[in-house]
Design a protein around this ligand. Structure first.
Ligand SMILES: Cc1cc2nc3c(=O)[nH]c(=O)nc-3n(C[C@H](O)[C@H](O)[C@H](O)COP(=O)(O)O)c2cc1C
Length: 346
């Protein structure tokens, strides 16, 4: 499987992959017809990489050379944070016929989906700010550098404290030259309040308002997780529309992960599932939000992510009102994915 391009080594830890970045390739990148934009900024194509795979500026430039025009710098924080230990990417099988299982089983080799377990590690702010600035200066016109940020909550924090931390990180990213800021309101791998913000429209609105105040002139995207409930979706759109340019959906779906031996991985805690298995759920949620946006006239853009892996998936997202798409799993498994999709057309 794949096109032979060097890729992230899932048998090695995060620190190793951070240091071992493939050199940018100089393959010919097929053009994409049409006029595309990301939060009002012109881009060469709607093809992007989601928050996660681009661990630093070098990874970002590697994927930029592979035909991706929207590059999301991995989620960063106001303080350094180590990654969880291995396995960080555990291949899984989806129980057949189940839309949203509570639990999934592991597989030996990658069959299209995996459980993601990093815990949103971060370099110290000075490091990532300098890296973002240096990387932006090396990106061509038509490429959009988005920085994903998250707050690092302390035990006794109020929602205003949390909002201030998100806003601080967003401002640092914008001041470093980011073309846009993507705030992560959903992390399936952490149980703290910042991991579930998107399920609480009132709190999400407070944080979005503070972010907007901190970066009044920079595109603001908000990454959300899986929502089944129509009323919550509508309430979230109402709360976020005044402040955000776009919603990015979905983050990984949460489930426990069990080995064939019966042992639960990750001390029995849930992890985010990503890859092919979540495609239908992601597309379903995009359709729901697209419908709500049209019905109530919300001024909100959509960006599709979750299980996308071929040209037809890009088309499916565009048909559901998205202005762009992001890939994580499929582009890690096959870094040549962007080139292939560009050749196929969508
Ligand atoms: C290796 C890896 C790391 C990730 N790290 C983050 C992260 O730091 N922040 C975030 O918002 N999402 C993170 N995600 C979730 C992805 O951005 C994406 O929402 C999810 O993987 C679904 O897309 P996919 O099916 O194309 O992988 C990560 C995913 C992967 C595979």
């Amino acid at each position: 499987m794949g096109s032979g391009f060097a890729k992230y080594d899932i048998t090695r830890d995060y620190a190793w992959n951070f240091e071992h970045v493939p050199e940018p390739v100089d393959d010919v990148v097929p053009g994409v017809e049409g006029v595309w934009s990301y939060c009002g900024v012109t881009v060469e194509s709607p093809l992007g990489i989601a928050a996660g795979p681009l661990l630093n500026g070098k990874w970002l430039l590697y994927y930029a050379a592979l035909g991706f025009d929207i590059l999301t710098y991995k989620t960063v924080r106001r303080c350094e944070r180590a990654s969880y230990g291995l396995p960080n990417l555990q291949p899984i099988a989806w129980p057949s016929g189940e839309a949203l299982p509570d639990e999934v089983g592991t597989t030996e080799s990658m069959e299209g989906s995996w459980a993601v377990s990093f815990g949103m590690p971060s370099k110290p702010p000075r490091f990532w700010q300098d890296d973002v600035a240096a990387t932006r200066s090396r990106l061509a016109k038509g490429k959009f550098l988005s920085v994903s940020v998250v707050a690092t909550a302390e035990e006794d924090w109020s929602i205003d404290d949390l909002a201030a931390d998100y806003a601080q990180c967003g401002k640092w990213a914008a001041d470093s030259g980011a073309d846009g800021v993507e705030a992560n309101f959903s992390c399936p791998n952490v149980s703290s309040v910042d991991g579930q913000l998107y399920l609480n429209p009132t709190d999400a609105g407070i944080v979005a308002a503070k972010l907007r105040e901190a970066i009044p002139d920079t595109p603001l995207l908000l990454k959300i997780g899986h929502i089944e409930n129509r009323e919550t979706s509508q309430a979230l759109l109402e709360a976020l529309t005044p402040f955000a340019d776009a919603l990015v959906m979905v983050n990984g779906l949460s489930a426990k992960v069990r080995r064939p031996s019966g042992e639960l991985l990750f001390e029995g805690q849930c992890r985010g599932l990503a890859g092919e298995a979540i495609r239908e759920t992601a597309l379903g949620q995009l359709a729901l939000f697209d419908e709500l946006i049209r019905e109530f006239g919300f001024d909100m853009r959509l960006v599709g992510v979750g299980g996308l892996g071929q040209a037809a998936d890009v088309r499916a997202c565009l048909d559901r009102g998205c202005e762009a798409v992001q890939f994580a799993t499929a582009a890690m498994v096959d870094p040549g994915l962007g080139l292939a999709i560009r050749r196929d057309g969508f």
